[in-house]
Each structure stands twice: as structure tokens, then as C-alpha cells.
Ligand binder design. Structure first.
Ligand code: SF4
Length: 228
């Protein structure tokens, strides 16, 4: 009777599968060797999945009480370029991912003008849960939630970020920054370069900014081309 050779890696994998079946997701005190990694994910992907799990359960500010769900782009296949918006719309809250619904259609048109699509980007928001009754996020909510965006950028390490609206410069550059003064200029942020521009919703109410957004998109495209 043939006897299968003992393979410690196979046995370890079986043991991790057994732990996972019991409901464990990490080996305690052994982050580098998580069950997700045992299942073939890279360390970066495993860290991102852990981050998504933590984020989806976050209750750091009062917005968790009224959200349908935390809004997260769990598709991290696109990591080189990132879009950052402000806070979830009703459609985002329903769909569970950022920049969805009608805003996505506007963004798609804008990005197609420079030969890109929303799907080419990893998408994110400064505030991850929808404020109730159509109100804007409050200072405290922005300040508590922006650490998630910072963590996201640290984990993803995108080369380029295109950010829309007033909240991203305030969250990433400082409270007193305004889109009016920072738009269109490349800012180095950790390992990334960011271009800030006006929000597509603002353009709908103020068609005059369309030309400025177009200039900013062209700047972004030049930087993108220089990556190749
Ligand atoms: S808005 Fe941000 S800080 Fe507040 S509960 Fe949601 S994820 Fe947490």
C-alpha cells in the first residue's frame, strides 16, 4: 500500500482551513501569516481585506446609526490610480460602493474625454457613511473618518490620485485648504501625487467651472502618461 509523503505545508494549510471553518480570520499575534495569505492572497491584499472588514463595522462617529452600509470599493484590482470623492450619495449608500449612480455617469463622460474610465480607478470617499436627511458631514465626522482614507492610501499606495470637491483638500492637506486655491496643481502626498478639482455636481450648478475641470483633467492625463 502506497503511503503519501508527509508535506508540512499541506498539513498547515489544512489546519488553517479548519480554523477558518471555525470562524477565525487571523492567527493571533501572527499578522504576517494570516489565513487569507494561506489562501493565496498577497500580504497587501490580505491587509486590504482586513481593512475592509474593520471599516464595514466602524462605529467611530454617529453616522453608523443611519447608514445602510459603509461605502467601500472592494475591487482593488486597480491600484495605480485612485478617485476620491466627498461623502456617499443615497445611491452609494444603497449600492455599497463610492461614486455610483448618476454621479458615475457624469464622471464617466469627464474621464472618457481624457481616454480613461471610472473602472480604471480604485474609488474612495473622505467620509464613508451617508449623512442623514441630505445634510453635509459635520467637522467631527470628517475628522474621525479621514483616518480611514489615509489608511486606504497607505495600503494601496496609488501613484496618482484625482480628487473631487472641497473635502479632499481639507482632509489631505489641512483644514484651511480650499479647492479654489489648490485645484489643478500636483501635490505630493506620501508616495502619491494628487490633483484636486471641482466636484462634477458643482459643475452642474456652475457651468463656468467646466473649463477649469477640463484643464485639471488634462494635467492629470499628462501625469498619467508619464507613469508609462
Ligand atoms: S463615517 Fe467613517 S468614522 Fe463614521 S462610522 Fe462611518 S466609517 Fe466610521
Amino acid at each position: 500500500m502506497s503511503k503519501e509523503a508527509f508535506n508540512p505545508l499541506v498539513e498547515i494549510r489544512k489546519y488553517f482551513q479548519y480554523l477558518q471553518d471555525l470562524g477565525y480570520s487571523l492567527v493571533p499575534n501572527c499578522k504576517e501569516f494570516s489565513l487569507k495569505m494561506a489562501n493565496g492572497l498577497t500580504s497587501k491584499e490580505a491587509d486590504l481585506l482586513d481593512f475592509f472588514e474593520t471599516l464595514s463595522l466602524c462605529q467611530d462617529c454617529g453616522l453608523y446609526r443611519t447608514r445602510k452600509q459603509t461605502v467601500i470599493d472592494k475591487n482593488f484590482n486597480q491600484q495605480d490610480i485612485m478617485l476620491v470623492g466627498e461623502y456617499p450619495s443615497r445611491e452609494d449608500d444603497f449600492n455599497g460602493y463610492p461614486l455610483s449612480g448618476s454621479i458615475r455617469e457624469h464622471l464617466q463622460k469627464m474621464l472618457l474625454s481624457i481616454g480613461l474610465r471610472v473602472e480604471d480607478f480604485y474609488t474612495s470617499l473622505v467620509v464613508k457613511c451617508k449623512p442623514p436627511y441630505g445634510r453635509l458631514p459635520e467637522e467631527e465626522e470628517i475628522s474621525l473618518c479621514k483616518r480611514h482614507l489615509l489608511r486606504e492610501i497607505t495600503l494601496l499606495r496609488p501613484k496618482l490620485i484625482l480628487a473631487f470637491g472641497n473635502l479632499p483638500p481639507r482632509a489631505l492637506l489641512g483644514e484651511s485648504e480650499s479647492i479654489i486655491t489648490v485645484r489643478g496643481k500636483p501635490f505630493k502626498f506620501r508616495e502619491s501625487v494628487i490633483i484636486f478639482t471641482y466636484h462634477p455636481n458643482y459643475m452642474q450648478k456652475n457651468p463656468a467651472v467646466k473649463r477649469l475641470i477640463w484643464e485639471d483633467l488634462k494635467t492629470f492625463k499628462k501625469l498619467y502618461e508619464s507613469l508609462k
